[in-house]
Design a protein around this ligand. Structure first.
Ligand SMILES: Nc1nc2c(c(=O)[nH]1)N[C@H]1C(S)=C(S)[C@@H](COP(=O)(O)O)O[C@H]1N2
Ligand SMILES: [Mo]
Length: 565
């Protein structure tokens, strides 16, 4: 075939990037089911549609989705009103919304907030009523309660984590730096207007005010140091390896900061159940209701999950009103939240208002359709919720907070490292190990370099990792817990479509510049004399490592490069 040079092109300007897999969201899917391969391109966004008549037929939204109770700003009760849920669903399905950016396969914006959450904002606006101002109110609460250096992964529903340097700067995470994971808005609840309903399969259903629950003569106080870890922690490593489910909210692109540790004060849920006369058969689970509104598959609900009674019975489920010596911040569930020790963060319901004793694990979407851990060969086109393991106890994991991947480090034989280690289910880190050679040889972090043990808490650590070599190395961190569980050695081994529980050993690539070596030391001195900055690593500087005389002198005194025969 003759190829003519010409100006006409059928390429798109980003052809090369697409061919190199750098714009995965623009790739056609190849359909090879027939004799010819078909290219299935992502469709252009269709024009937005709004069926005004259908929306109007639902009725007055301000009345329909009104605040259920005075003093509970941002609260719409959905679970008691199936017909209200249906109407909300009709509103959301009678129109289309602008598509959201694909951060999972495409580029992640370099902004803070990283993602705006436009779809959730649009859904809230479309529903109206009490939800109208929730997005703005929530952001105001973030700005009021959170550290100004927080990395806002998603503006609404708010999801944010501290930057690496602040994740482990304290063993107890200061409240403004504790990560936040929300599925909906942040309700603003007046403590004196709040109460908790306990119903379902209990002998005597009850309502409790906060003062009732704080009555120490009735419910003994409990004070615990508890680490909350989101199952999405370190998700970005799975995303970087392979694209997974790209749904914006459940899949906030967390790094290592979706974990935090605080000292909580409250009571054991078990005592409250006892106060209600105990469970009635066949109750085996407790369904926990949060005030906030969550939209899943355009269905609207309150945030609802469940925990098994066996966990409650062991006094491992706490109702807490105090966090690090302060009333619970609004963003963390004021006035009362649940803490399920050693479980995935998703069970620790914030803005708790109802507990219902039930027979089986909750059918609510967060419990039954999300936070599921699938086999690696289960993905978008062959997934059924019943195939996933319901994530409850968290496995052992760890992370290096310093240095960062792709950093160059000038050192004299040891690289200063810092990080955290955690294990769920009442197990705790016993040993943290670091490798400077990709996981072949392991150094133990001296036990004295780990923070104190706690049954339900992480341990922070630091270590000067010996490193003799120059060049790119991979530092790996892994933890062994007290049951001798440890972490899979690579991401692929634990990769899953839902991008949950990135528990593999944490790997970072760093460039080692070892000043203990004479050649390196001399060369660094030369760079300094010439006033050439060290960064960036990959910049070429025309400074030879040898003078012409040194070069020639070498060949005069050594075997030549070439041989004659
Ligand atoms: N009511 C309510 N409770 C909730 C959530 C939520 O969206 N709504 N998110 C859960 C998830 S997934 C996690 S990881 C933790 C995070 O707790 P934090 O925001 O206090 O760090 O809260 C859990 N409790
Ligand atoms: Mo979570």
């Amino acid at each position: 075939m003759e190829i003519e040079a010409g100006l006409d092109t059928t390429n798109r300007p980003d052809e090369w990037k697409i061919e190199q897999g750098m714009e995965g969201h623009k790739l056609p899917i190849l359909d090879q089911t027939g004799s010819e391969t078909l290219h299935l391109y992502p469709p252009r966004p269709a024009k937005l549609m709004q069926d005004e008549e259908a929306i109007r037929s639902v009725g007055n939204r301000t009345k329909l989705f009104a605040r259920e109770r005075q003093g509970w700003k941002g609260y719409v009760e959905w679970e008691n009103y199936p017909e209200k849920k249906e109407k909300a669903h009709k509103i959301l399905t009678s129109q289309t919304f602008p598509p959201c950016p694909d951060f999972n396969f495409g580029p992640i914006p370099g902004t803070n907030p990283v993602l705006p959450g436009d779809d959730f904002k649009a859904w809230h606006a479309a529903l109206g009523g009490e939800l109208t101002s929730v997005a703005d109110d929530s952001w105001r609460t973030v700005l009021r309660e959170k550290h100004s250096d927080m990395l806002h992964l998603l503006q609404f529903p708010y999801n944010g984590e501290p930057p690496k340097r602040l994740v482990t700067s304290k063993v107890i995470t200061p409240n403004p730096l504790h990560f936040v994971r929300n599925h909906g808005g942040i309700p603003i609840i007046e403590k004196d207007k709040w109460d908790l309903t306990l119903d379902g399969l209990v002998q005597h259903p009850q309502r409790y005010t906060l003062n009732d629950l704080m009555d120490a003569s009735k419910f003994p106080r409990m004070e615990k140091t508890v680490t909350i870890q989101c199952s999405g922690t370190r998700r970005i490593e799975q995303i970087a390896l392979y694209g997974g489910q790209g749904d914006e909210v459940p899949q906030a692109p967390w790094a290592e900061g979706a974990i935090g540790t605080a000292r909580y004060v409250g009571i054991s849920l078990k005592k409250v159940i006892k106060d209600c006369g105990g469970l009635i058969s066949p109750a085996k689970h407790l369904e926990l209701y949060g005030v906030d509104t969550y939209v899943k598959d355009l269905e609207v609900c309150n945030y609802v999950v469940s925990v098994p009674w066996s966990k409650v019975k062991a006094n491992e489920v706490m109702l807490a009103w105090e966090m690090n010596g302060e009333p619970l911040p609004k963003i963390h569930g004021y006035p009362l939240r649940v803490l399920v020790f050693g479980y995935i963060g998703a069970r620790s319901v914030k803005w708790l208002y109802r507990i219902k004793a039930i027979k089986n694990p909750s059918l609510a979407p967060v419990q039954s359709r999300e936070y599921l851990y699938f086999n690696q060969q289960v993905g978008k086109y062959n997934q059924r919720p019943t195939d996933g393991i319901q994530i409850q106890e968290m496995p052992v994991s760890s992370a290096i907070m310093s240095p960062w991947t792709k950093q160059a480090i000038v050192h004299v034989g040891k690289i200063r490292c810092k990080g955290w280690a955690y294990s769920g289910g009442g197990r705790w880190p016993e040993r943290v190990e670091l490798s400077a050679d990709g996981g072949f040889t392991w150094y133990e972090v001296p036990p004295g370099n780990l923070s104190k043990k706690g049954k339900w808490a992480w341990r922070t650590w630091e270590y000067d990792l010996p490193c003799e070599v120059e060049g790119w190395i991979e530092i790996v961190c892994r933890c062994w817990d007290n049951s001798l569980n440890t972490q899979p050695l690579n991401i692929r081994a634990a990769w899953n479509w839902g991008l949950h529980v990135t528990s593999s050993a944490h790997r970072i690539k760093i460039y080692s510049v070892n000043k203990k070596r004479e050649i390196t030391r001399k060369r660094l001195d030369k760079f300094e004399q010439l006033g050439i900055p060290l960064a960036p690593l990959t910049h070429y500087d025309a400074v030879s490592g040898q003078t012409q005389e040194e070069y020639e002198e070498y060949w005069n005194t050594h075997d030549p490069r070439d041989v004659d025969d």
